[in-house]
Design a protein around this ligand. Structure first.
Ligand SMILES: *Cc1c(COP(=O)(O)O)cnc(C)c1O
Length: 358
């Protein structure tokens, strides 16, 4: 008799189409240029602190306020401790921020080509959204964000385009949105010119989100953070403590502190990557590729006559993984992480042989 209702519970399951992360192949022989990780190891202090870890300390819960790391970040960025929020990678921080800040019936706004996790969180939390098309050069049209909305999220530099927009553009968008919260996702900002951090002093409705995954070589440790006004940071913490009090584990807290402390190492490695980016730009140009100017640790390249998908597959056969998005407007582009000099030279060697054969 109950048969018709047997599967009624299915209608109560929250349905989402999940975000698809880049592949993490086990084979060490593969040159991995597909998820924008840093080719250099974390700061030496990170290894030291993990090696000397007091295992007995793992019996206890970690500090729910992540105090040591919040302190270190507040010193590094010259802001107060109550202006810093830390989470399990910036994906966790962004997910928490969407949940905390985007609760309007009006749609939130973000570009049509950007980090593909944004529409996934909107679907998960049932946040209405409206994408705004980037122009033909993949630049943000700032006026598109001046209309009435339930919030704004902008990745700057943008992914996967690699383009950095000036702070004045970010300020224009924030200034035109006194009634909404604006999130700037600065996952790649350390490879670009200037963070919008200084704007948080003047705009209480602005929050910036950064990560240890790219510029600090610690994607495997999962640490991200947000900086903004006390009001926004308190709201984020209230939601976090209503969800899971202990987000960062003890090892991540201690390793994170070391990752921030070593400013010299951090600046040197970023310089190395920017030098390699310039070197790679020249090599790509010689091979017939073009790309927007990058403010990141990757290049978004397209070839003058060979389709991106074909190159993606050819590289894969040669154990080089890059990222290809089979999406409208960008399906003739490859997103290629800047690896070590040796990795890039191998990439160019294989590309050259393939292109010469055509
Ligand atoms: C890599 C990336 C993230 C996520 O970084 P995690 O801190 O590793 O979660 C967020 N936004 C953009 C635009 C990214 O490229």
């Amino acid at each position: 008799m109950l048969r018709n209702n047997d599967n009624a519970w299915e209608s109560n399951i929250r349905k989402v189409t999940p975000y698809v992360p880049g592949e993490q192949p086990k084979d060490k022989a593969i040159i991995k240029l597909n998820t924008n990780e840093n080719p250099y190891p974390p700061a030496p202090g990170v290894q030291r602190v993990i090696k000397n870890m007091d295992i007995d300390s793992l019996r206890l819960y970690p500090d729910p306020s992540i105090g040591l790391l919040v302190d270190e970040l507040s010193k590094f960025y010259g802001v107060d401790k109550d202006q810093v929020f830390v989470g399990v990678g910036s994906d966790d921080v962004l997910a928490m921020a969407f949940l905390t800040f985007f609760n309007s019936d009006k749609p939130i706004l973000f570009p049509d080509i950007t980090y593909s996790f944004y529409p996934v969180w909107c679907e998960l939390y049932r946040i209405p959204y409206e994408t705004q098309p980037l122009d033909k050069e993949f630049r943000i049209v700032k006026e598109d964000y001046y209309k009435d909305n339930g919030g704004v999220v902008i990745a700057n530099p943008n992914a996967p385009t690699s383009i950095y927009e000036e702070n004045s553009t970010m300020e224009d968008i924030v200034a035109h949105n006194p009634g909404s919260i604006v999130i700037i996702d600065e996952a790649y900002i350390d490879f670009a010119k200037e963070s919008a951090l200084s704007l948080t002093k003047r705009y209480e409705n602005l929050i910036i989100v950064q990560t240890f995954s790219k510029s600090r070589s610690m994607a495997g440790m999962r640490i991200g953070y947000a900086i903004g006004s006390r009001k926004l940071i308190k709201a984020l913490n209230d939601v976090k403590y209503s969800f899971n009090s202990y987000t960062l584990n003890q090892t991540a807290i201690l390793a994170g502190v070391e990752g921030v402390k070593d400013k010299d190492y951090f600046t040197r490695k970023i310089e190395n990557i920017i030098d390699l980016r310039e070197y790679s730009e020249n090599a790509f140009k010689r091979l017939g590729f073009s790309f927007p100017q990058s403010g990141t640790n990757f290049l978004f390249v397209t070839h003058e006559f060979i389709p991106a998908k074909e190159l993606y597959e050819a590289l894969r056969k040669n154990n080089i993984y890059v990222r290809y998005f089979d999406l409208e407007r960008i399906n003739n582009y490859l997103r290629i992480t800047i690896g070590t000099k040796e990795e890039m030279d191998k990439l160019f060697e294989i590309l050259e042989a393939y292109i010469d054969d055509k």
